[in-house]
Design a binder for this molecule. Sequence first.
Ligand code: NAP
Ligand code: GDD
Length: 345
Amino acid sequence: MKRALITGISGQDGSYLTELLLAKGYEVHGIVRRTSSFSRGRIDPFYGAKVDPSGKLVLHYGDMGDEKNLRKLLEKVRPDEVYNLASQSHVGISFEMPEYSTDVNALGTLRLLDAINDYCPEARCYQASTSELFGSADESPQTEQTRFRPNSPYAVAKLYAYWMTVNYRQTYGMYACNGILFNHESPRRGENFVTRKITQTVARIAAGEADCLYIGNMDAQRDWGYAPDFVRAMWLMLQQEKADDYVIATGELHSVREFIAKSCAYVGMRIEWSGEGMTECGIDASSGKTVVQVDPKYYRPIDIDSVLGDATKAERELGWKPEVKFDQLVEIMMEADVAATQKVQ
Ligand code: NAP
Ligand code: GDD
């Protein structure tokens, strides 16, 4: 039985990856943080090997800031595969917490790579790199060859982690890969990322539980995919003959405004836009109510206007292709948030 270790197992991607690996019969070990209230809601359903009787889930307390703890865990678990998904993953918040974001995202990766190299150098490693590395990119779409121009503390820290992963591969011959993943979403997405904030609030507005969606930069454009498709790519990267780095993306670009309009359409609201910039708002055409308003507090000091990925290499070498694209993604997320709202009522 193969043994995998996942950092960030309680997050969106960690939960889908756990589900995938358990279904493949892996023994899955995950690192969770001590928190005052439990933060394991996403993985609770898989605890006790409910997905596949041959699979097994084991959780360990740990933190990317605690080097000794990581070293002890690697020595004890000695995994065949390591997926480093742990991160202070909110770009906006990284401007408020640059040092902490660097410690977790950059130095945390170094601590982990070093422990792997000392205790289980044959382990195959996946590093959660990101399209944020491209920042204000010089070209579109972005490929593995596109120059990195990170423009947030989050992205600068992830750039360090990217190059450390390459460095451990080159220096010590470790099988270490960077997945340069573009935005991927799901009903398990954290509630303060834009897509989930939209689907959750629109579902509440439709149920009469909220009046308005307060939002930041609606002109921002992203290449949004579906998290279960993207964790499949992570696993594929660790099953190749040779370690390499891959862009994973859908190749479709949509704006935040489009995401809002599509989500509203799902609950039968047609949005008419009026005003510009900070005064722009969205009005429900049938009721005349203002249901979308801009709040400057959701703007970032610097934002990425648009990122669009070209996953040709992943398709050619890994046989990976996204199964879900934008329209279906919005439907999946709206369906889940509408159902969750009805459950509460
Ligand atoms: P997420 O939902 O925010 O999950 C982050 C995970 O990291 C959580 O399990 C969190 O634990 C854990 N974590 C945070 N700080 C930690 C620390 N100091 N020590 C140990 N664990 C810690 O993120 P995600 O969307 O699943 O993303 C997974 C990874 O992919 C992240 O590294 C992210 O930066 C990267 N990425 C994401 C996307 C995307 O669009 N989703 C795209 C490209 C790259 P708690 O539950 O205790 O907070
Ligand atoms: N979060 C948030 N909240 N974003 C908003 C809001 C809002 O109210 N209003 C507008 N936006 C805009 C942001 O300014 C940004 O341009 C865009 O929506 C997407 O924001 P997020 O959903 O927070 O995602 P992100 O692209 O910054 O970062 C996510 O994707 C990266 C991959 O490109 C995170 O998952 C990162 O961890 C990941 O690396």
